[in-house]
Write a protein that binds this ligand. Sequence first.
Ligand code: ZN
Length: 553
Amino acid sequence: MRRLIACAFAAAGLAAGQPPPQPPPDLILTNGHVITVDSGFTIADAIAIANGRFTAVGTTAAIRRLAGPRTTTIDLRGRTVIPGLADGHLHDAGGGPGVDLSRTRSIPELLAAVRARVQQSRPGEVIVSNSDWHEAQLKEHRLPYRKDLDTVSPANPVVLVRGGHEYILNSAALKKWNITKDTPQQPGGRITRDAGGDLNGELIDRAKSLVQLPPLPRPTIESLLEQHRKLNAAGLTSIRYPGASIEQYRLLQEMARRNLLTIRVSQLMRVGADTGDTMRAAVAALNVRPDEGDEWVRVGGMKLGVDGGFEGGWMREPYAEPWGELGTFTGVNTMKQPAYTDVVRTLNRLGWRVATHAVGDAAIDEVLAAYEAANADQSIAGKRWTIEHGFIPEDDQFPRMKALDLVISAQDHLYLAGPSLVNYWGPKRAAWTTPMRAYLDRGFVVAGGTDSAVVPYPPLWVIYHFVTRDTISGGVLGADQKISRREALQVETINNAYLTFEERLKGSIEPGKLADLVVLPDDILTCPDKLIEQMQVVMTIVGGKVVYGRPPS
Ligand SMILES: [Zn+2]
């Protein structure tokens, strides 16, 4: 409290030997419950903002004294303020031109949505779904398969896109792309069969390349603006795109130049390169510096991946039956160790940070081996390389991760997919998925997120899940991995700032930092658990500007 008053007085020009008085704030927020997430987790009740930055944090009386004739005042009427929320691994906000399955809650509802699109389509037209749905949202807790899809689309090819790792095809689609029981398994992928040995229509990871879908519409400034508006409404003020095109990066830069951005963006680059030499060429073609950018748009490093997702995470031990196929299936290794290590070492020599998608423990083994090889060439300590997801770390891996000074980019996949992870991996591994308590207890910086549109983007759901380990449809999993609300807030704010080397710039409400904040209707530190999941953001401010909502009334 003492420190807080000192800040307010310094800004008010009342402390001794202080710098020249600052101009009056553009905006003050008063009568709030401000959870600053500074190092002492200080609680204040008012904030002053000038030129897009916090200039003072303190009592309502002290902050009011700073106001000038042109200062806008927002009376928070007791509402809670937290730092702007961040998502360290967000692809997009979902939606798109395909069949929307995100709101279906049973297999019949899902099939009805497909049937409706079939009825509007020309003979032979390929029907594709959006990717933002998961079988755990369905009452049956299972995927729809080829035979289900055949009942609503006997003639039109149907491709259900599920998250980033899987397609499900009907018989007409299998026929269109000549996929039969004789089609060989693809390296880094899998063509799945049902219990009777027939193709069930499921194509995992690199097996998806057997299918050529019409290209997705390219991102435009308009589509990005619409996406960012949705994210602002959920309380997001910073996001990290985990692997996107150079075209998208150039659009984001253009938006920044035109002052159109309402969210701060860090982008990991994603290029198709499977050897050190092709990676070197791809990096040269990007024509960006590995850490270029400013507080609005910056390059965050290079995204790589070594295994599948829910249905293809690469494990040391086989999947639970029947998915384990009598103890033979351990997941999908999408990039083999020698090629991956070659690419990682090349990136390190070029001064690029690496962020690798690794879900299973075997995938983490591969990442650690490559990062250690790169580290032997030239230290990566302090460079904040990451493991993206890190679902199933093992005890013997933590010290190696620690020695490399890795940051963990973790999401709330379990919240959505809990019941199906129990099916795929068995209850013990499912309960250990994304062990937040274990990571934090071992001193790792963990930055939170969602992997949207794989998991829905609301950051309050991430906090709810991390503090309760509750799931949408499967109850609590891994209760021993719960973290405190304070920790969850850090994971969603300052830890994400750390992930992008911006912890001195944002991530907490402190004088001098970027004025990014969220107003909530209830006290997120003391309200009932369920309210964290249910509450609606009142207002979001980025750089001192209201980007969502209106002052509480
Ligand atoms: Zn992802």
